[in-house]
Design a binder for this molecule. Structure first.
Ligand SMILES: [Zn+2]
Length: 465
């Protein structure tokens, strides 16, 4: 059935204008003033913005970590994402050393069958050897996985050595993929954690104090230097602090192909949250940690001036009761991560656009378009254009809502933004022309999300069906 959205204001990464949108067979087939169409379902978007569906480039759903598994799986996680205006996620597929990459990819395909929005995977590279190098071309060509994640932290768990990072950068250059790094100096962090524990410092705040901004800045600079040496390309996930922004800015100014992501939590929360009494600080334990408040301005400015380009949620949710409390007597055992997938877009709009820190078009670029472009999903995803997928968010820019675990749709028992009032919210959300959220009600189906094979890094293409 055809649909037509009338009377709304279309917002893309470059333009804002009033027009009708015609949807046929999952695609946008016409955009124009007073489109002539009588046999379509009419959706009235008077006084609403229409954004391209959000693209969240950084999620961890149904992921094992520290002896437990994230609370949100691909069903609850993608339902929450949809409520928040996100229609595509790229989740991190974890690999195990010594096992074929394909085995890990199949595990992730199995987990993600329940998704209600579209999804793709980044692939973790923990080691490089002949077997891994042999598999990579197939992973890119057959699976359409064109981004690889290397952890510079989590010693003895995920951490890769510098040679692995460097060889991954070389392989990415050769095959057309983008390397992503978690940039913290894991060896130094490991030393600082052991030293703190030996001194009896076990409370959640020591999570932040044993991962100081210097170790993030150092790792970011090292990764940037290796990227330049390999003449490759790099995407730094979850940038939190001035030290890391400086390294990215410097590398970009030197012509290195490097991109930076931050997350909503770093834009609005700060290190003092980890000092909350009664172990409540554990709700705010993730890596890199929250920083001193003044870093928030640094991050906002970097988004505004383009030295950071994207916003990922780093969704990685654990219940406060029953999961976070694994680390009640030892901060290093607190599962790292927070529930962020649902409020990512709202916080960027409310704190960014409404407070004059970024423009409306920058908001669309940061929350959707740029990630679609960097990760080979554009222009099917990330924009509103004839031929694009009809992934659309009908957004009320003026309604107010208070974020709370009482009303959120994530499966987790707390919300890190509890009590925060945000202006603007998605009213209806379509994925490939079908409602997933209609008038703030979930109307989608588990399993309706499609796996997306992605284009190679930097590969542009015309819209085709
Ligand atoms: Zn992450």
């Amino acid at each position: 059935m055809k649909k037509i959205i009338r009377n709304g204001t279309i917002v893309t990464a470059t333009d804002t204008y009033k027009a009708d949108i015609l949807i046929e067979e999952n695609k946008i087939t016409a955009i124009g003033l007073n489109l002539d169409c009588t046999d379509a379902e009419m959706i009235d978007a008077t006084d609403h913005y229409i954004f391209p569906g959000g693209v969240d480039p950084h999620t961890h759903l149904d992921m094992p970590f520290g002896g437990t598994v994230t609370k949100d799986d691909f069903e609850s996680g993608t339902i929450a994402a949809a409520f928040g205006g996100t229609t595509t996620i790229i989740d991190f597929c974890l690999t195990n050393k010594g096992e074929p990459l394909q085995k890990a990819i199949e595990t992730w395909h199995e987990k993600s069958k329940k998704a209600v929005i579209d999804y793709s995977f980044h692939l973790m590279i923990g080691e490089i050897n002949d077997e891994v190098l042999q598999e990579l071309p197939r992973v890119i060509e057959k699976e359409g996985i064109t981004s690889f994640k290397v952890f510079m932290a989590y010693k003895n768990v995920f951490q890769a050595d510098d040679a692995t990072l460097y060889r991954t950068l070389l392989a990415a250059k050769e095959y057309g993929a983008l390397v992503m790094v978690h940039a913290e100096n894991g060896d130094v962090v490991d030393y600082l954690i052991n030293q703190a524990l030996a001194e009896g410092k076990v409370e959640p705040i020591y999570h932040a104090l044993t991962r100081p901004p210097e170790v993030e800045g150092e790792a970011t600079g090292r990764a940037a230097t290796l990227t330049g040496l390999a003449n490759s390309q790099l995407y730094v996930v979850h940038v939190t602090c001035a030290e890391a922004v400086e390294k990215i800015t410097e590398a970009r100014n030197n012509g290195i192909d490097i991109w930076g992501e931050t997350c909503p939590q770093y834009l609005v929360l700060d290190q003092s949250m980890l000092e909350k009494p009664d172990f409540e600080g554990a709700k705010y334990v993730w890596s890199p940690p929250l920083r001193e408040k003044w870093n928030q301005d640094v991050l906002w400015n970097a988004l505004k001036n383009g030295n950071l380009q994207t916003l990922g949620s780093d969704q990685c949710s654990f219940d406060f009761n029953g999961q976070k409390d694994i680390g009640r007597d030892d901060f290093s055992k607190i599962p790292n991560g927070g529930p962020m997938i649902e409020d990512r877009v709202s916080i960027l709009f409310s704190e960014g656009v409404k407070k004059g820190r970024i423009s409306l078009n920058q908001f669309v670029d940061i929350s959707s378009t740029r990630s679609a472009k960097l990760f080979g999903l554009y222009p099917e995803k990330g924009t509103i254009a004839v031929g694009s997928d009809a992934d659309l968010v009908i957004f009320n820019p003026n309604s107010k809502r208070t974020i709370s675990s009482e009303t959120h749709h994530m499966a987790v028992d707390y919300n890190a933004f509890e009590g925060m009032e945000v202006t603007g919210e998605p009213v209806s959300v379509l994925v490939r022309g079908e409602f997933v959220i209609k008038e703030k009600q979930f109307v989608g189906n588990a399993g309706s999300g499609q796996y997306l094979k992605r284009k190679k890094y930097g590969e542009t293409s015309l819209i085709e069906d």
